[in-house]
Design a protein around this ligand. Structure first.
Ligand code: FAD
Length: 227
């Protein structure tokens, strides 16, 4: 990075960056998926009515989006669920973290996804969307979300079942974004009067939307994450 770019970046970070502290880290087995409990002392979570995402610094000048889930307005804590199956600065960063480390973030914003009052809510995505749908479930309160998350590792599917008391089920991922597993799961379902939420791998989200629109699905809400 040249000096001019570094200086501009420092100014930007000094103006916007805020910090959180990692309270606990849980790695799934194999250790390619992580849960981070974080305290964000200056983050006001009280107005969240849509699923949020935060821009987290993962290397000098590099930011990745992650989703705060399981937030507590009083203690200003939440959990980030981070996939690290791929090789990238974000996955390198999460693998290097320890309890007590600081997290730098430069902003929190709303996604397109929020609960609906009428009809069923159905969620489809890959492992990057676990936090996103836990956040949607938190916003939906007692209304149960159903759906499927594509997960490649058999033991991660077992851990998913063990850790979450949820009507969203894990399905065996066979391609990059889980498109085939999610489509097979969706074929057996009735989507009449349902809102279907699709998130994760952007090309798979597009293909899934097309498949769902061919069926009796009323509303599909897509939030692409990565490609
Ligand atoms: C609104 C929003 C919310 C998000 N929330 C979360 C979240 O809570 N948890 C989370 O884990 N991710 C989340 N993501 C996705 C995350 O920001 C991206 O996956 C990010 O690009 C990963 O960064 P990286 O540096 O590890 O890999 P990158 O440098 O971005 O990519 C490296 C390579 O890996 C591939 N790749 C990237 N992601 C994946 C993947 N998941 N599986 C397989 N290959 C991949 C890319 O195609 C590329 O070839 C969110 C994204 C958005 C837009």
């Amino acid at each position: 990075m040249n000096i001019l770019k570094q200086t501009a970046l420092n100014l930007f970070e000094n103006a916007l960056a805020k910090e959180g502290t990692i309270l606990a880290i849980r790695a799934w087995n194999p250790a390619t998926f992580f849960e981070l409990d974080v305290h964000f002392p200056v983050l006001d979570m009280s107005g969240w009515d849509r699923v949020q995402h935060m821009k987290v610094k993962v290397a000098p000048g590099l930011y990745r989006d992650y989703t705060p889930a399981g937030w507590d307005v009083e203690t200003r804590t939440c959990t980030l669920y981070i996939n690290a199956m791929q090789e990238g600065p974000g996955s390198d960063w999460v693998r290097s973290l320890n309890t007590g480390d600081k997290i730098t973030y430069v902003g929190v914003g709303a996604t397109m996804h929020r609960p609906v009052e009428g009809g069923d809510m159905i969620a489809l995505g890959d492992m990057t969307t676990i936090g996103h749908y836990l956040a949607l479930q938190q916003l939906a309160g007692s209304k149960n979300i159903t759906g499927a998350i594509a997960i490649e590792e058999e033991n991660h599917r077992a851990e998913f079942m063990e850790y979450f008391n949820w009507n969203i089920q894990p399905v065996a991922q066979t391609d990059q974004g889980g498109f085939h597993a999610l489509t097979n799961w969706a074929r057996k379902k009735d989507f009449n009067h349902a809102t279907v939420y699709v998130a994760g791998h952007i090309p798979s989200c597009g293909h899934l939307r097309k498949e769902l629109k061919k069926s009796d699905c009323d509303t599909v809400r897509v939030q692409g994450f990565w490609s």
